[in-house]
Design a protein around this ligand. Structure first.
Ligand SMILES: N[C@@H](CCC(=O)N[C@@H](CS)C(=O)NCC(=O)O)C(=O)O
Length: 220
């Protein structure tokens, strides 16, 4: 078996697959996708993912893109870790939260990350107040759903972390610099503290801090 993960680890979508693979103790080769240098637009990368986006997984001849699909595939490599339950209802519950992530949580958090973090790297101007107002309205519409769940459970789908937690927690890696409005949500903040205390989360984050994305100017 030869597993390869192509990722820009400073992006939450890259971070989550690396952190989950590390949490599962999987052996993989890491290939840095330098978004700043446009690696994602090179023909060899587009042959893997015609969307021109990372992350991408390769497992021998099998190629998979979409970070949440990758998370589920990784979890199935180590079913005994319980990151994706075997029972139909258990799997559906985790999948439900990952669809909720892809439909609501990830795009809403991405507004704050883009406006407050990415634009700074790209040097493309000040945050757009209208975008942030839209983000805040949507965030306060959906965050209470996660807050209620995390008042009832230590992790999103019970008392142990699953790939849904890796998916949903990853944008909060940038909660502070992105000004994601978490103040009213004590349970989400408590859960994120628990997630970021996981050894694999800390290790993945420390690797990022050791190699910050110095040049983010797309096409440079
Ligand atoms: N839904 C996709 C989104 C992937 C995505 O948007 N990746 C971004 C970085 S966060 C990317 O590679 N952008 C490169 C570009 O737009 O040129 C996933 O979860 O994998």
């Amino acid at each position: 078996m030869s597993l390869t993960l192509h990722a820009f680890p400073h992006s939450p979508r890259g971070f989550k697959v690396l952190a989950a693979a590390n949490h599962l103790g999987l052996d993989y080769e890491f290939r840095f996708v330098d978004l700043g240098k446009g690696d994602q637009k090179r023909p060899e990368f587009l042959a893997l993912n015609p969307n021109g986006r990372m992350p991408v997984l390769e497992d021998d001849a099998f190629v998979l893109w979409e970070s949440n699909a990758i998370l589920q595939y990784l979890a199935d490599k180590k079913p005994e870790a319980g990151m994706l339950p075997m029972s139909a209802r258990g799997r559906a519950d985790v999948t439900r939260w990952m669809f909720w992530d892809a439909s609501h949580w990830d795009p809403i958090c991405a507004i704050f990350i883009f406006e407050h973090v990415v634009k700074g790297f790209l040097k493309t101007g000040a945050p757009d107040a209208a975008e942030i107002a839209k983000g805040e309205q949507r965030f306060h519409q959906f965050a209470p759903v996660l807050e209620i769940q995390l008042k009832m459970h230590k992790f999103v789908c019970g008392d142990k972390p699953t790939v849904a937690d890796f998916s949903l927690a990853s944008p909060l890696y940038y909660a502070e610099p992105a000004k994601i409005p978490l103040a009213p949500y004590a349970a989400i903040r408590r859960w994120y503290t628990d997630m970021s205390a996981l050894p694999a989360w800390k290790e993945t984050s420390e690797r990022n801090l050791a190699a910050p994305p110095r040049d983010f100017s797309l096409g440079a």
